[in-house]
Design a protein around this ligand. Structure first.
Ligand code: LRH
Ligand code: MN
Length: 426
């Protein structure tokens, strides 16, 4: 299914009224405070988030999976679905592929389809947490960290194969997440498996094209439930430094123990120039991979406050990779992703409203109350009219979810694809 620009224009014409008044009111209020609202609207319109190729079908847990009908059965159909999201939002012009779930059979065709939808290939993801049907070695007891050298070499070679595919598609980065760890005390020698991991990552890094980046993703637990080799930001940061200047830490919001101060981790990594990018999602308990901003929107705002500060004050940190990493158990995958995109843009826009100079002043004077007032004034601002203006400016739908439903996207996909497809991924 392809949504053409004129259908979006027609939708916006019929759904225009409401936001204009709100926008004018907000612009007046912000302009009085010396805020450049046109500048913010442009920044929001330029903000692109990569869609995970593994989150376009219904997800599931070990307790069950409930299909959604009309799911993509191929990489080409997944790109079409991301094309729908991008037509509706003009803020999802990138895809992050996961190999081997999404090996392109026809690279030329896949690149053409992506180009037609205005989609580029962001970070490639390797998979050394599952044994493929005809695997020569097993990852059951680890991959890059495994005591079994053959498993380590097999995993290193897989990552090099993923880079090759990425090079053909035009990607410029590799995300490495390891499930490696232990379920019981004594199962692993912590030092040996960490040293194995460092050596393996260095082997991959050494073969990486000069203009590529490596993102090392950490996670405290699952699927191992006693220890995980790359368990936290410090371990990832250490390994990135051991690899070299083109290796960075990737922050998946769901990969933190309860109440972890993620915004402080973000500030620390940016100061050290080692923050590579994000896997945005939200969670209440574990790595729930649910809709961004659905549980802790204030925490997301505080993270973007550190990002806006860092982007301005930390030239030592590279441009960041913005990606979603989610799984959909009870929502239409595409509607869920539309909500996540909205939440990311809202948090970013609110963070752009923070008066950083006044905040610095108040911090200098240890005026604790004013510090909070400045942050919460921005957070308590309904910025949705600015995001609608950014969408209108970029030719997107002012209300993507309403457009998605008014244009009967899911029903059309079910008519085109039936209800039996099961998309690869989580
Ligand atoms: C691990 C993770 C990682 C992916 C996987 C799909 O929990 O966040 O980023 O490889 O999900
Ligand atoms: Mn992730």
């Amino acid at each position: 299914m392809k949504i053409t620009a004129d259908r979006i224009l027609e939708f916006n014409k019929n759904n225009h009224s409401s936001f204009k008044t709100e926008l004018d009111f907000l612009k007046n209020r912000l302009t009085k405070k010396g805020i450049d609202t046109e500048g913010i609207i442009s920044k929001v319109a330029d903000f692109q988030v990569a869609i995970p190729s593994w989150a376009l079908g219904a997800g599931g847990t070990r307790f069950g999976r409930f299909s959604y009908g009309g799911e993509p059965a191929s990489l080409e159909q997944k790109l079409d679905d991301i094309g729908v999201l991008h037509a509706l939002t003009q803020s999802s012009g990138a895809v992050s592929l996961h190999i081997p779930w999404d090996i392109p059979n026809d690279v030329k065709a896949v690149k053409e389809i992506a180009q037609n939808h205005g989609i580029v290939f962001d970070a490639m993801n390797s998979n050394t947490f599952q044994d493929q049907p005809n695997a020569e070695e097993t990852y059951k007891y680890g991959s890059l960290s495994a005591v079994n050298e053959a498993s380590r070499d097999y995993a290193v070679q897989h990552n090099l194969d993923v880079i090759k595919i990425g090079e053909e598609l035009g990607s410029k980065s590799l995300t490495v997440w390891l499930a490696d760890g232990a379920n019981f005390p004594g199962q692993n020698n912590f030092q040996r498996v960490l040293q194995n991991t460092e050596n393996s990552l260095k082997s991959i890094y050494g073969e990486m094209p000069e203009d590529w980046k490596m993102f090392i993703e950490y996670k405290p637990y699952e699927p191992n439930f006693y220890s995980t080799v790359i368990q936290d930001w410090g371990t990832s940061f250490m390994l990135a430094n051991a690899c070299g200047e083109r290796a960075f830490t990737l922050v998946d919001l769901g990969h933190h123990l309860p109440n972890t101060n993620i915004e402080q981790i973000v500030a620390t990594l940016m100061l050290k120039g080692k923050l590579g990018g994000f896997h945005f999602n939200d969670s209440k308990y574990g790595d729930d991979d649910i809709t961004v901003g659905s549980i802790k929107p204030y925490a997301l705002f505080l993270i973007f406050n550190e990002l806006v500060y860092g982007i301005k004050n930390n030239p030592q940190n590279p441009d960041l990779a913005w990606m979603i990493d989610a799984s959909h158990n009870t929502k239409d995958p595409l509607e869920d992703l539309l909500q996540s995109l909205e939440a990311i843009l809202i948090a970013y826009t609110q963070a752009l409203l923070v008066d950083q100079n006044a905040l610095k002043q108040a911090q200098q004077e240890n005026d604790v109350v004013t510090c909070q007032e400045i942050l919460q004034d921005a957070y308590r601002t309904d910025v949705r009219p600015l995001i609608k203006a950014a969408r209108e400016k970029s030719g997107a739908a002012v209300n993507p979810i309403k457009a998605y439903r008014d244009l009967q996207v899911r029903n059309t996909l079910i008519k085109e694809r039936g209800t039996k497809n099961q998309a690869t991924g989580l």
